[in-house]
Design a protein around this ligand. Sequence first.
Ligand code: CA
Length: 362
Amino acid sequence: MAAGAAEPTFDSSAGPLKVDTVARGLVHPWALAFLPDGRMLVTERPGRIRIVTRDGVLSPPLGGVPKVFASGQGGLLDVILDRDFGKNQTIYFSFAEPFDGGGRTAVARATLNAGGTPSLADVKVIYRQHGPASRGNHFGGRIVHSNTGYLFVSNGEHFTDRDMAQTLDNDLGKIVRIAPDGTVPTDNPFNGRPGARPEIWSYGHRNPQGLAMNPADGTLWEQEHGAMGGDEINVIAPGKNYGWPVVSYGVNYDGSKVGTGNTQAPGITDPLWHWTPSIAPSGMTFYTGDLFPGWKGNLFNGALKFQLLSRLEIKDGRVVKEERLLQGLSERIRDVRQGPDGALYLLTDNDAGRILRVSPAK
Ligand SMILES: [Ca+2]
């Protein structure tokens, strides 16, 4: 569709939605972060970070980005701003770092020079996943700030190493908590336990690609891909086991049972919500804006497989209802963020990916 052409509208419980194309020509964009001046930092999975202006002009790829393992699901993944970005211009990004013939999930911090020809300086890798390399699957890779100044990072189990999600001597299938300089907080749940990685915060995850702090109560929310069915939304508490690959609401791709074949087991935290069949969730965000007053506090999840935007209503810490939005768009949605204007911004995942702005059609 030509730039500026009228886009169709989509029905929703908040009235008709308008979807405008903000930018186009991004190659498998993975994550979006708004700068204070309204421009956007966008990652492209093959290994680039760009700044995109509000009128859709893409900067050249930022210099200083490390080499990534751009194979399968690997590459450059999430990007977030430091909470004091206005003072320190610091950003964090995650990527599959080349390692042992494959890749491992890693996080770097850097100083963003956003003026002129934008670039990164002082790039330092602050986190490297402990465990074997992935050949291209299940890196996790989402980063979010905790409420106490730390970073949570999600790690997948590489598909081939699923049982490692249940053992604490590695980071596969784990959410880890680190300080912004990469050190490990001493009050992490397994710190000091012999044989356990001190950075682990929770375990038993498959491929967590969404993390968000719930502004209503400060809890950490996560979503992860199941196999055939069993995509999950979880509230993450320190030290808890989320079950993969012992129990699941889905089955293996060949139709066989996962683990015990049960959905629940003693000592395993049950998901708040599961999608069966799988929608393949991607980025997620809690909505706090004013453009959709009836949707405040709701949790939005992009979906790759079902090509939609899922809106979940939360009541007393539970998911009570889902609305599936933009189903006629027929685009894999890789990330969803709230803009400074209260609109929802989406990334579409393909080799000519776009940034979309979703707002009331009026
Ligand atoms: Ca689970």
